[in-house]
Ligand binder design. Sequence first.
Ligand SMILES: NC(=O)c1ccc[n+]([C@@H]2O[C@H](COP(=O)([O-])OP(=O)(O)OC[C@H]3O[C@@H](n4cnc5c(N)ncnc54)[C@H](OP(=O)(O)O)[C@@H]3O)[C@@H](O)[C@H]2O)c1
Length: 318
Amino acid sequence: MTKSLQLNNGASMPCIAIGSWVGTSPNSKELARASSWLSTALEAGYRHIDTAALYGTEGAVGEAVRRSGIPRKDLFITTKLPFHHTKRVRESLDRSLKRAGLDYFDLYLVHWPQVVVYKNNQPVPLNADGSMMLDETSDFNDTWKEMEKVLASGKVKSIGVSNFSIKTLEQLLKTATVTPAVLQVELHPYLAQHELLRWCKDKGIMVVAYAATGYAVVREDPIIVALAKKYNVTPTQVVLSWHIGRGTGVVAKSENASRQEENLTVIELHEEDARRIDALDKNRRLCIQPDKQGKVFGWTFDRLGWQEESVLQAEAKL
Ligand SMILES: NC(=O)c1ccc[n+]([C@@H]2O[C@H](COP(=O)([O-])OP(=O)(O)OC[C@H]3O[C@@H](n4cnc5c(N)ncnc54)[C@H](OP(=O)(O)O)[C@@H]3O)[C@@H](O)[C@H]2O)c1
C-alpha cells in the first residue's frame, strides 16, 4: 500500500497513481489492454487511478474497479475535464461518471487552460489553416466557477487543474473562491520545475507529476544509473523516490505487472543525492512538444506560462 498525501481540503490522496492513457482514440483491443493493466495494478496495491475524458479510458477504469472488488471508499480516482467541454462542465462530468459507472470522482481536474470551441463534440476542432479552434469568448476563470459548482454538488470530492503554470494559476486565483487542491504537470529530473513547486507549496496546492519516470532518456542518465547502482534499485525507482522525497504525487503508467510493483517500491535518498538529481534540470519537456507553429493546443509557451528550454539555458549562463 502506498503512503498518502493530504490535500488542502483535508482529503487524502495516495501518492502513486497508475496511469491509463492508451493512445488517441483507443479501439476496443486497446481499451481491454488498459482495463487489464489497471486490474494488475490494483492487485499490486495501487489505490489511485488517473484517467481523463480525453483518454477514452474512464469505462476501462470502472470495469477494473468493479472487477477488483475493492470497496470504492478505499480507492482514489482522478479524471479530467476536456478543453472543448469547458462551457458544459456539469454535463461533461455526468457523462464521465456514467462511462465509469461511478457515483463520484475523488479528483476532477481542468485538463488544460485553453478553452476550445465545442463543434460536433470533436476534442481537437481545427480552423481551415490547421490551427486549433479556440473559444476566446470565455476563459479558465469562467470554467473554474463551474468546477466550484460541481464540487458543491458532491459528485467530485476535490477539484484541481492540469498543465497550468504560475502565470495561469495567478490569473485563476484572482477569481477562484476554492483554491485548486492539485496541479498535475509534466515533471521529472529533466523538467524539475523547482520554482513551480515552491510557489504551489506556498499556496497549498499539491503537485502531481506526469511523465514522472522521464522515460528512457532519464533512466539512461549517468547520474541516475550511478545512483541506481549505489542504492541497488532500478533507475526508475531512483526517479520515483526523488519525486516522493520532494513531497509530490506521481502518475506512473506501466502495463507490466513486475514494473508496476517496481514503481510502487520507493526508497529514501540521501539529501546530497536528491540535490544531484535536482541539478539535472534542463527545463526539457519529454512528453508534451509544441507543434510547427510553436504552439500546444493553440497556445504559445508564453501564453501557457511555460519557459522555453533555450531561454532557461541562456539565463543560467548570465
Ligand atoms: N495531465 C496530462 O496532460 C497528462 C499528460 C500525459 C500523461 N498523463 C497521465 O500520466 C500517465 C503516465 O504518463 P506517461 O505514460 O507519459 O509517463 P510515464 O508513466 O513516466 O512513462 C510510461 C512509460 O514508461 C515505461 N515504464 C514505466 N515504468 C517503467 C519501469 N519501471 N522501467 C522501465 N520502463 C517503465 C512504460 O512502459 P511499460 O508500460 O511497458 O512498462 C511506458 O512506456 C498517463 O497514463 C496519464 O494517466 C497526464
